[in-house]
Design a protein. Structure first.
Ligand SMILES: [Ca+2]
Ligand SMILES: [Ca+2]
Ligand SMILES: [Ca+2]
Ligand SMILES: [Ca+2]
Length: 340
């Protein structure tokens, strides 16, 4: 803990420090900076002109349950200053769209399905799917094998493990960031849980349970009030790279072969995608605030000063003024917003 003297000093500076003026930034992108079919047998990596999402067969020991995933990403560093304290990024809204290519091969399910509906019907824990079809869900992206937000690109390899070992090995994976864990949810059926997506895709102009026509746009309104989603988005803006993973559990019993019954999406490399508005889009509104509500309880108070004191003298998320160290100046930032 710091000495009393180190706390008193910023109190004295309070009267001469100007309040931070909040700055609101609106990002509107008509195409992603990266998109990638995230699938073991995708040899064309980021160049492919479409991507699909589907599940491995129930109980298949060789593959992730969410076998084929679709990664979309944006470099936000030009619009939103990276490297700030996470709490300074006040995410007001975040909406993403993707567009499916194929028509008449699957039906619209607007809500998440329980993990047990994906089990083999012979499994004693199996329960029937309560509504027709499977949802298209949006998650965050986690990395393994030395990759991170800065080093991964749409041309990075799918995995580092020897070919043939496809479970839990993908370099970029879907995460629901449950409890801010960054966990991989790609094997959620095998591991026995239902992940919470950042958003469930809503098909424009399609009724629940109805067949999805060609070139249907899907809207994902991210739940920015959710602490796990908010933490993910803040860390993304802090890194300057926002990546999201589109996934679904549409059954593809022969691993993407045979009659198609799963969604296929336009990538930015598809010659029709950008001219016709079919590439993934991003609308994000963020306010750069003081960040003073460090503990996220909705009010700037003594609890936030406690967060600073717990990190005092070192680097940390409580470095609100960005001078590289958690110190008295950061307490001043909190005092300037006290009670707000
Ligand atoms: Ca691409
Ligand atoms: Ca369903
Ligand atoms: Ca607080
Ligand atoms: Ca500081």
């Amino acid at each position: 803990m710091p000495s009393r003297g180190r706390i008193v000093s910023p109190l004295a500076a309070l009267c001469v420090t100007a309040s931070t003026v909040a700055q609101t930034i609106v990002i509107q992108r008509s195409a992603p900076d990266e998109d990638r079919w995230n699938y073991p047998f995708n040899a064309s990596v980021g160049f492919r002109t479409s991507a699909s999402t589907f599940a491995a067969p129930p109980g298949d020991p060789a593959f992730d349950d969410r076998d084929a995933q679709f990664l979309i990403g944006w470099d936000t560093s030009a619009e939103v200053t990276p490297g700030l304290a996470p709490t300074r990024y006040e995410i007001l809204s975040a909406t993403v769209t993707v567009t499916t290519i194929s028509g008449g091969v699957f039906v619209f399910d607007p809500t998440t399905d329980d993990w047990r509906t994906h089990l083999d019907p012979a499994d004693p824990m199996f329960i029937a799917d309560a509504d027709a079809g499977r949802p298209i869900e949006l998650f965050g992206v986690g990395f393994r094998n030395g990759f991170d937000a800065q080093t991964w690109t749409e041309f990075s390899p799918f995995q580092q493990a020897p070919f043939g070992n496809w479970q839990g090995t993908r370099n970029a994976f879907a995460t629901d960031n449950e409890g801010r864990s960054g966990r991989d949810i790609s094997r959620h059926v095998e591991q026995g849980f239902t992940p919470t997506p950042f958003a469930v895709g809503q098909a424009s102009g399609v009724a629940q349970g109805a067949s999805v026509p060609f070139d249907t746009p899907w809207t994902f309104a991210l739940d920015v009030a959710d602490a796990d989603v908010l933490a993910y988005l803040r860390e993304s803006l802090r890194s300057g790279r926002l990546r999201l993973m589109v996934t679904s559990m549409h059954p593809a019993p022969t691993m993407g072969q045979g009659a198609q019954n799963w969604p296929d999406y336009y990538t930015r490399e598809n010659k029709f995608a950008i001219p016709l508005g079919f590439a993934a889009t991003l609308d994000l509104t963020v306010r750069i605030g003081s960040g003073a509500d460090l503990n996220g309880d909705g009010v700037v108070n003594g609890g936030d000063i406690t967060v600073i004191l717990n990190q005092f003298g070192g680097p940390g998320d409580a470095d609100l003024n960005g001078d590289g160290v958690v110190n008295g100046s950061d307490i001043t930032v909190v005092l300037n917003s006290f009670g707000a």
